[in-house]
Design a protein around this ligand. Structure first.
Ligand code: PLP
Length: 427
């Protein structure tokens, strides 16, 4: 690595950009190595600037459900590009994608497009605060909703805690309005809601930013009831799960309909696009139909909506969905089997389209459990996988993302690498 082109480029980048990256996890600090620098993506693989190939289980952190450079996505974007890249005026592409979202996502009657999940989540909270006339929000420890101030709240100890800033620069006054409770903890939710006036309960329905920690049976339905009891909105952040765990997201799989939904990643087919959506009477409060201000120069961008439309259409293809489920369970099952054989304590969480191996001997139910997993073992494992040409998330708190481009051969090659990597992690 040290005399590679990647290393030279990255060393220069570190003098130009903080940490050499545009988003922190890409620096791979948590697993104690430097990143490779990407030259191109092809289907389920990445190629770095030194010509090394990697099977890619990150696929742009889940944005590329069809894999890299899917020919239909490339064709749609190429065709749109010749017609101009941004208009600052309405275009048909955004209407078509909005129609698809409304058709597929159970809670969506109207949609507002943004450029990032951060903006969409931030705007959903503004809307919830406006329509309820309350300011407090309830979120779950270990859940990520982008980097807007109200969400950068850390939990202290105890069942329900008033948030403390998770980053310098986040005013205490802002995160004082955020209450943080442990995921899957009914008592903590009830206790928190009894202690104040809440605008919204915000959750990732299948949290995938503390590793993957699905809800215990009935927990999402419980949140629906609790939000109604408290006069708060229920906001599902489906930036990761939307169009992935089912075409209509976790809300379709779990049959729990939130008031507002945040979408991103798959929605933009690998281009910058996200959205928030919900019931008509709520969404009509958004400017210019209503008074809640929200805007964006590049929002609903024609290239992004063209890419997104192709990706979402692919995501509703039954054969592709069946393959995604198969890939997920073959990989998760294969990792479990290897770990058993090698005597490595490994708990592999799995829902269709997402998986996450925790170096833990017990099931992981919340962020505290996730944090108790073996960080050193995951780091050694991930380093060994990347050295063997398999790009797995460089953090134990990130989910793995199968795509439609992954085939059984990718799973087989991944498991061959994992045999060595697990042995190395256990050593
Ligand atoms: N919400 C969830 C669940 C996410 O996983 C992310 C990003 O990973 C975001 C929101 C923020 O989206 P973005 O990175 O597009 O701002």
């Amino acid at each position: 690595m040290s005399d590679s082109r990647s290393a030279a480029l990255f060393a220069a980048a570190r003098r130009l950009m903080p940490g050499g990256v545009s988003s922190p996890v890409r620096a791979m600090g948590a697993i104690g190595r430097e990143p490779f620098v990407v030259a191109r993506g092809e289907g389920a693989e990445l190629v770095d600037v030194d010509g090394r190939r990697y099977i890619d289980w990150v696929v742009s952190w889940g944005a590329l459900i069809a894999g890299h450079a899917h020919p239909d996505v490339v064709a749609a974007v190429t065709a749109r590009t010749a017609a101009g890249t941004s208009y600052g005026a309405p275009c048909e592409g955004e209407f078509e994608l909005a129609r698809l979202v409304v058709e597929l996502v159970p809670s969506a009657e109207m949609v507002r497009f943004t450029c990032s999940g951060t903006e969409a989540a931030m705007s959903a909270v503004r809307l919830a605060r406006a329509v309820t006339g309350k300011s407090r929000i309830l979120k779950f420890a270990g859940a990520y909703h982008g980097h807007a101030d109200p969400f950068l709240a850390e939990a202290g100890s105890g069942l329900a805690t008033q948030g403390i800033p998770a980053s310098p620069g986040v005013p205490e006054a802002v995160v004082k309005e955020t209450t943080v409770v442990p995921w899957n903890d009914r008592q903590a939710v009830e206790q928190a809601l009894d202690g104040g006036e809440f605008a919204a309960i915000v959750c990732e329905p299948y949290p995938a930013n503390m590793g993957l920690v699905p809800p215990q049976s009935g927990f999402l339905g419980f949140l629906r009831e609790q939000a109604d009891r408290a006069g708060a909105l229920l906001v599902f952040d489906e930036v990761i799960t939307g169009f992935r765990v089912a075409v209509g997201g976790a809300q379709e799989r779990e049959q729990v309909v939130p008031d507002l939904t945040v979408l991103g990643k798959v929605l933009g087919g690998g281009l910058p696009l996200a959205a928030f959506a919900g019931r008509r009477e709520l969404m009509e409060q958004v400017a210019p139909s209503g008074p809640v201000y929200q805007a964006g120069t590049l929002s609903g961008n024609p290239l992004a909506t063209a890419a997104g439309r192709v990706a979402v259409e692919l995501a509703r293809d039954r054969a592709l969905r069946a393959r995604l489920e198969r890939t997920t369970s073959e990989l998760a099952g294969g990792l479990r089997e290897l770990a058993r054989e090698l005597g490595v304590p490994l708990y592999v969480a799995e829902v269709p389209g997402l998986l996450c191996p925790f170096f833990a001997s017990q099931p992981v139910r919340n962020f505290e459990d996730a944090r108790a997993s073996d960080a050193k073992a995951y780091a050694a494992f991930a380093r060994a996988m990347i050295e063997r040409g398999v790009f797995v998330p460089p953090s134990r708190f990130e989910a793995w993302f199968p795509s439609f481009a992954h085939e059984s051969s990718h799973v087989e090659r991944t498991l061959i690498a994992a045999r060595d990597a697990l042995a190395q992690a256990a050593a």
